[in-house]
Every structure is written in structure tokens, then in C-alpha cells.
Design a protein around this ligand. Structure first.
Ligand code: TYD
Length: 230
């Protein structure tokens, strides 16, 4: 373990990632219901947000008004990182320590994809920042809901658009999608890429199958959940 890291908890940390409009929030909610019904202790999180600090950061990073100066991508990286650090310390770690299954809608890979591939920040310092913010916590499984940029953006109503959807151009969003796919290709043992143009029931079924396979409860959904760390 490196400095600043703490021992991994007993639970499971599953993240859901993907471009805007991929359906992460909807899928996360349906997955949480399905896992609760199977007896898992489920905790749902979303980023940015989930704590008082995180919700305050959420307003700073996502709200926008005409004429606002664009954020430097470093500013965004630090703000998303601040929200993430507080969420890990206040919610995710304690949940994992008690053996819960945490479903996180967005986590560190969002910063690597958006501020890195989208915003042009180099990956190495961004990764260090993620490790600093999370104390080295890594998801056990990351479900990447992949959707073509035009399809994803078209799913969002104008009144629910964040600064990222309203002010970033198509090329930015294309780099984000390609960035996600590159992250998944580099870590195939952690990522499962799911076609999010499929009907939501099919997406949830695939995602649930991946989670149950990862937690080793595919055939026998019972607790306690044991995890062996190599
Ligand atoms: P949100 O409305 O929560 O979108 P979604 O439902 O798709 O998650 O807005 C989050 C926005 O913030 C989204 O456009 C992606 C962006 N973002 C980053 O750029 N970096 C990050 O680290 C995170 C967590 C989000």
C-alpha cells in the first residue's frame, strides 16, 4: 500500500460511467432495486455531489449563465476531485467497511475522460490526483454505458442541460466517448462496456449479470459477501 492509502473495505465498489445521456442515473436506480431485492446492502452515490461539500461543488461546476468565463480544466479537475474526496471519506469508505455494495454513478474515470481526454489535461497527473482524492480506492467493476454522442445529447432536454452539455462542443463529447473506450480497453478486467442504445431492461440485465459475476453471487445470491484480495 502506498502512503495515504487505506485498506480496502469488505464490500464492493461498482461504478457506472459513460457519456452524457447514456442513462447512468436510470440504470443505477434499477440496479439498486434489483440488488436490494437479492439481499445486498446497497448504497447509491452520484458525482459530483452526495455530501454537503459535494452538492455545493456541484453547483459551482455544473451551473452556467451566459457570459460566464470558461473554467480552466485544472479548476474542474480539482473541484470534481474535492467532491470525490469528501464522498469517499464520508460515504463510500464507511459503506465498504461495513460490507455494503456501493453503486457509484460516475467516479474517477469521469475526470480521466472529461478533464483528460475531453479537456486535454495529461493523464499521469490526473491519475495522481484521483489517487490523492480517493486514498487509492479503485472500483471493483466499472460498467461503461456506451452511446454515440449525438444519441446521448439528444436524450437530454434543454432545461436539464448542465454546463458540460450546454457549452462544450460535439468534438469535446466525442473525445470523452473515445477516451472512455480507451480507458476500458486498457483495463479490460475492470471494465465492462455495455451498448446503451439497447432498451433499458436489456442494459440493466447485462449490468446485473456483470455485477453478480464479479461478486461471485451469480448462482447463489446470498450474504455474507466474501472477497479475497490477492
Ligand atoms: P450530471 O447532470 O450529473 O450528468 P450525468 O447524469 O450524465 O452524470 O452532470 C455531471 C457532468 O459533470 C457531466 O457532464 C460530466 C461532468 N463531470 C466531469 O466533467 N468530471 C467529473 O469528474 C465528473 C464526476 C463529472
Amino acid at each position: 500500500m502506498k502512503d495515504g492509502e487505506t485498506a480496502p473495505g469488505r464490500g464492493w465498489f461498482i461504478t457506472i460511467e459513460g457519456p452524457d445521456g447514456a442513462g447512468k442515473t436510470l440504470v443505477a436506480g434499477l440496479l439498486a432495486d434489483a440488488l436490494l431485492a437479492r439481499g445486498f446492502d446497497v448504497v447509491q452515490t452520484r458525482e459530483p455531489g452526495g455530501t454537503a461539500v459535494g452538492e455545493a461543488v456541484r453547483h459551482i461546476v455544473l451551473d452556467h449563465a451566459p457570459g460566464d468565463a470558461p473554467h480552466d480544466p485544472r479548476t474542474d479537475a480539482l473541484l470534481f476531485g474535492a467532491s470525490r474526496a469528501q464522498l469517499v471519506a464520508e460515504v463510500i469508505r464507511p459503506a465498504l467497511d461495513r460490507g455494503a455494495l456501493v453503486i457509484g454513478a460516475r467516479h474517477a474515470d469521469s475526470s480521466l475522460a472529461y478533464q483528460g481526454h475531453g479537456g486535454g489535461l495529461p493523464q499521469a497527473p490526473l491519475r495522481e490526483l484521483q489517487d490523492f482524492a480517493t486514498g487509492g480506492l479503485r472500483p471493483d467493476l466499472t460498467l461503461l454505458l456506451d452511446v454515440p454522442v449525438e444519441t446521448g445529447l439528444a436524450r437530454k432536454q434543454v432545461d436539464e442541460q448542465t454546463r458540460f452539455e450546454a457549452t462544450f462542443d460535439l468534438d469535446f463529447h466525442r473525445r470523452v466517448r473515445e477516451g472512455y473506450l480507451a480507458l476500458a480497453a486498457a483495463e479490460p478486467e475492470r471494465f465492462q462496456v455495455i451498448d446503451a442504445t439497447a432498451p433499458v431492461d436489456a442494459v440493466v440485465e447485462t449490468a446485473l449479470g456483470a455485477i453478480l459475476a464479479r461478486t461471485g453471487t451469480a448462482t447463489e445470491p446470498s450474504r455474507p459477501i466474501l472477497r479475497i484480495h490477492p
